[in-house]
Design a binder for this molecule. Structure first.
Ligand code: HEM
Length: 410
């Protein structure tokens, strides 16, 4: 196979594509599974190829001082809130290679193991009940994103990190801006990058202030624990602490919301599946995996070739970027039978919704638990739940999710 013509990358940015990108992905998978729409960029759409790149140590994240197609902008003044001693922006461990990635991931991984997360279940159930109580008091149309899908993960991650209740509203604007900033620079409207840089600075300042408070008066939360790690040795710099907190907050704010939103929409559009899950609530774990696969909250991720390599027979020169279309890989018929059908009874698949390899999602046990509790409670509480109007999609490319999901509860 050779590198082929542009697969129409602009389709990714087309609002018409947002509601249903899957026919386009299918065309790309069939016609140009490893396409080169512009010099130095490859778009990878097959499951086997995406999984292989995620596991291949020849692919990773480019060093900030190397020319980088995905992040060409140099750090600006505002970004100096978060730069290292060489003036490079400090990246969270999501964007780092070993050994820094390994060191930083290890520091927080204990807090996200399955047993640690299971201890949060009663609190997540309580938060869910409170939100559903709030929804039940409303009459007419209710926006499921605003009333459940967004506030639940926000409350959980904020409590875990130790963000005071009173400060949470401020996070809505910050985290939307930072989440949009995950998209590659070439996909962002003018001004977004400047906005992002300002937000990162404000966010860093906020966490810095909160860290000082926790230093003086530690709590049971993760920020207090990280402050202690920082203070007790040279294993975590202050900038790394800030970048880790920002990563966890964004990951906790902007992904699980899309699992709950996209999953609910998929169910409401497939009445037979909705009925099956309602009749057999014990299917919920299978259903959550299916929602992750069927309409993946993280649609894309990126890697840089750290050395010359190949993907699916196509030569990839060192320094090139690979855009891995997770949303397409999860609909690849070579990996999953009848991939365009939602099937809440489906046996486990090898979906890539949480990535694979060394960057496999650290929050997967937490996201699964929150989704399981939310879906079980939502369906039990509102047996007549149905779509009230067509939902609206957000503009984000990497994080695929709904801006609104209007439903009727009764
Ligand atoms: C990494 C998806 C929820 C924390 C990732 C990656 C994916 C992903 C695809 C890998 C990205 C890559 O390899 O480039 C999701 C989805 C979620 C979710 C679909 C919800 C449904 C969460 C939550 C947290 C979290 C709730 C934590 C609070 C992280 C972290 C990483 C990560 C820290 C970086 C891991 C590393 O670089 O080693 N996530 N995530 N995620 N996720 Fe999640």
């Amino acid at each position: 196979m050779t590198e082929t013509a542009a697969p129409g990358l602009q389709a990714l940015f087309d609002p018409a594509h947002r509601a249903d990108p899957y026919p386009t992905y299918r065309r790309w998978r069939e016609d140009t599974p490893v396409a080169g729409p512009m010099p130095g960029l490859f778009v990878v759409t097959r499951h086997a190829d995406c999984a292989a790149v995620l596991r291949d140590s020849r692919f990773g994240h480019a060093e900030p001082d190397e020319p980088n197609l995905l992040r060409p902008a140099p750090p600006t003044d505002a970004e100096t809130a978060l730069v290292d001693e060489n003036g490079n922006p400090v990246r969270s461990f999501l964007g780092l290679n070993p050994p820094d990635h390994t060191r930083l991931r290890k520091l927080v991984s204990k807090a996200f193991t399955r047993p640690m997360v299971a201890r949060l279940a009663p609190r997540i159930e309580q938060l869910t009940t409170d939100l559903l109580d709030g929804m039940a008091k409303r009459t007419g149309q209710v926006d499921l994103i605003e009333s459940l899908a967004y506030p639940l993960p926000v409350a959980v991650i904020s409590e875990l990190l130790g963000i005071p209740n009173a400060d949470r509203d401020q996070f809505v604007a910050w985290s939307h801006s930072l989440a949009r900033g995950l998209d590659p620079d070439f996909a962002l409207p003018p001004g977004t990058r400047e906005n992002l840089v300002r937000t990162r600075g404000e966010f860093a300042e906020y966490i810095r202030g909160l860290a000082a408070i926790r230093r003086a008066d530690p709590g049971e939360d993760l920020l207090s624990a990280l402050v202690q790690v920082h203070d007790s040795g040279d294993v975590l710099t202050e900038n790394e602490l800030l970048a880790t907190c920002i990563l966890l907050l964004i990951a906790g704010h902007e992904t699980t919301v899309n699992l709950i939103g996209n999953g609910t929409l998929a169910l409401l559009r497939a009445p037979g599946q909705l009925a099956a899950l309602r009749d057999e609530p014990e299917l919920v774990d299978h259903a959550v995996e299916e929602f992750l696969r069927y309409d993946s909250p993280v649609q894309l991720t990126m890697r840089a070739a750290l050395e010359d390599a190949e993907i699916g027979g196509v030569e990839i020169a060192r320094g090139s970027a690979a855009l891995l279309v997770i949303g397409s890989a999860n609909r690849d018929p070579d990996a999953v039978a009848d991939p365009d059908a939602l099937d809440v009874r489906r046996e486990p698949t090898r979906h890539l919704a949480f990535g694979q390899g060394i960057h496999f999602c650290l929050g997967a046990p937490l996201a699964r638990l929150e989704a399981r509790i939310a879906f079980q409670a939502l369906l039990a509480r509102f047996p007549a739940l149905r779509l009230a109007a067509e939902p609206a999609w957000k503009d984000n490319l990497i994080l695929r999710g709904l801006a609104t999901l209007p439903v009727h509860l009764t």
